[in-house]
Design a protein around this ligand. Structure first.
Ligand code: FES
Length: 260
């Protein structure tokens, strides 16, 4: 059982939790995720660790209300306990000094992007971040992102904040202006598909962090399988990050819809 230490509502739909998990806080790296279950019969849902405080022994998760299970988590308050929390899982992000790294995060995908932005900056990269959401209220963690980015471009679908347009417009702006050595994208599957198609056109190597349905998180159930470069991979153990240009996003979108 892991105790909730603090809770902050970013919007009606997005909540930040600080959770007591000392062992995970000490060992987690950028890109790692945890499986969360609330209630003995609860569904197990993966969430990427947004940040951690090894001294306090806490990890931070940013959770979007999208269905019954995430709603159950979001209803918890400080002092309540999470039934189980397993991790850190998955492979850590490959961090090195690539040169210029363009981070493209959509919606709640900005939360798992934050530790990558921080690690890429600390490795000596020039980091340019494109934050995108449907509207101003859904732009999250902007201050934290600015702390570790050399430049931040904000895009909103309705133009209520930053520039009006989709994330791909922000990404293309940067690619047309200066050489980009690596693009990292995290967000809804459809968004990552379009970012990936765009960067492929400009031959910019791109990594996508995939957010498939997961059940066990340990490579046994096959629920998270995707096709990458024609080969079946399990997101929970082989990922969650893959070469975006090799990912079969259409198949992934079809499987996500099948679960709906
Ligand atoms: Fe079961 Fe990945 S979640 S194999």
């Amino acid at each position: 059982m892991n105790k909730i230490i603090a809770k902050e509502n970013f919007s009606d739909k997005v909540v930040k939790f600080e959770i007591e998990a000392p062992l995970i806080a000490r060992s987690r790296k950028a890109g790692h995720f945890v499986m969360v279950r609330v209630g003995k019969k609860g569904e197990r849902v993966p969430y990427t660790i947004a940040s951690s405080d090894p001294v306090k022994g806490t990890i931070t998760l940013v959770i979007q209300r999208v269905g019954k299970s995430s709603e159950k988590v979001c209803q918890l308050e400080p002092g309540d306990y999470i039934t189980d929390l397993v991790g850190p899982l998955g492979k850590a992000t490959h961090i090195e000094n690539f040169g210029t790294v363009l981070c493209a995060g959509g919606g709640v995908g900005v939360a798992p992007m934050l530790p990558i932005i921080e690690a890429m900056k600390n490795a000596g990269n020039r980091v340019i971040t494109v934050l995108a959401a449907r509207n101003k209220d859904l732009i999250i963690l902007e201050d934290q992102v600015r702390k570790f980015s050399d430049e931040v471009i904000v895009m909103t679908d309705d133009g209520s904040y930053g520039q009006k347009g989709l994330i791909t417009a922000g990404v293309e702006q940067v690619i047309l202006r200066e050489p980009v050595d690596l693009c990292v994208t995290i967000g809804p599957a459809i968004m990552m598909k379009f970012v990936s198609e765009l960067t492929k056109k400009y031959s910019v190597p791109t990594v996508a962090s995939l957010n498939t349905i997961m059940v066990d998180g340990t490579g046994m159930c096959g629920a998270c399988r995707v096709t990458v470069g024609g080969v079946t991979k399990f997101v929970c153990v082989d990922g969650p990050e893959f070469d975006a240009h090799q990912v079969d996003f259409d198949e992934m979108l079809m499987r996500l819809k099948a679960y709906n």
